[in-house]
Design a protein around this ligand. Structure first.
Ligand SMILES: NC(=O)c1ccc[n+]([C@@H]2O[C@H](COP(=O)([O-])OP(=O)(O)OC[C@H]3O[C@@H](n4cnc5c(N)ncnc54)[C@H](OP(=O)(O)O)[C@@H]3O)[C@@H](O)[C@H]2O)c1
Length: 265
């Protein structure tokens, strides 16, 4: 039975909301940013390389509103600077997408401490502290609007199943993101801030050069017969960010063309 008040024409509506997308200058973050911009969201993107971040924001501004806030969110100072510059533009925040991530691969016997800290500081620690720092703005958005505020964390299928890559800290960090998403969701949902996550499979990017440069070979091992594309990522992010995803709380949606489900069959 459907509710009489249900309105499909507004279910995925994001018009007029604002979003901060970390790592929005390229790859998966850019896919989400571009989708949101096209839906009328005021999008802020952040990345370390200021020129790339500015250029990406300028390109996306041709389709809507996108502002570049460069900074290294894996450091306390960089994160504080991004937060304070966002506050110059917005007093509330409807959507935070914790997407920026890094990977490090090295043989087990030689795996360096740097490769542990760099990955954990960005993938897990920055995700937690950015959410903490922006919680007042997220709570304010939930309190003032007619919609819930959303935090969407970008995990990975590597946090669900292992693969042969010797990316020890990456695997652990992404499993951590999936579990932290549950804990944060339990904490923040009563305040109207809904936390969920996406676990992508193979999407072409600078991080996933195999998907970018050898997609033809890779797709043979993906049940859907292809690697992921911008619509797949923008679609799931829009679902989670909008009214449509309000009841997905603390969970992680796998978007991988069936890799995890088929368990390597
Ligand atoms: N692509 C895939 O197949 C795949 C699969 C599963 C999960 N993921 C996840 O998806 C997310 C995005 O990955 P991607 O493949 O799109 O990677 P990517 O192309 O390397 O993009 C990473 C983004 O994060 C930014 N970034 C990196 N370090 C940062 C820092 N310290 N502070 C602020 N921004 C930083 C990068 O810009 P700067 O370099 O300028 O800082 C860039 O915008 C990651 O969390 C990744 O683990 C990707």
């Amino acid at each position: 039975m459907t509710s009489p008040a249900m309105n499909m024409s507004t279910l995925f509506n994001l018009e007029g909301r604002c979003a901060l997308i970390t790592g929005g200058s390229r790859g998966i973050g850019r896919m989400i940013a571009e989708g949101f911009v096209q839906l009328g969201v005021r999008v802020y993107i952040t990345a370390r390389k200021a020129e790339e971040c500015d250029a990406a924001a300028a390109e996306m501004s041709e389709q809507g509103t996108c502002t570049s806030i460069p900074g290294d969110i894996s450091t306390t100072e960089g994160l504080a600077s991004v937060v304070s510059r966002l506050r110059e533009h917005e007093s509330t925040l409807d959507i935070l997408v914790n997407n920026a991530g890094a990977a490090w691969g090295a043989p087990f016997d030689e795996f360096p401490e740097d490769g542990w800290d760099k990955v954990m500081d960005l993938n897990l620690k920055a995700l937690f502290f950015l959410t903490q720092q922006l919680a007042p703005e997220l709570r304010a958005a939930a309190a003032s609007g007619d919609h819930l505020a959303k935090v969407i964390n970008v995990a990975s299928i590597d946090g669900i199943r292992t693969n042969p890559n010797e990316t020890y800290s990456y695997h652990a960090s992404k499993a951590g993101v999936i579990h932290l998403t549950k804990r944060l969701a339990a904490q923040l949902a009563p305040e109207g801030v809904i936390v969920s996550a996406i676990a992508p499979g193979a999407f072409p990017s600078r991080m996933n050069k195999v998907a970018r440069d050898h997609g033809d070979e890779l797709q043979q091992r993906i049940p859907a017969g292809r690697i992921g594309g911008p619509e797949d990522m923008a679609g799931v992010a829009t679902y989670l960010a909008s009214r449509a995803g309000d009841y997905v709380v603390g969970d992680t949606i796998v978007v991988d063309g069936g890799v995890v489900a088929s368990a390597g069959l």
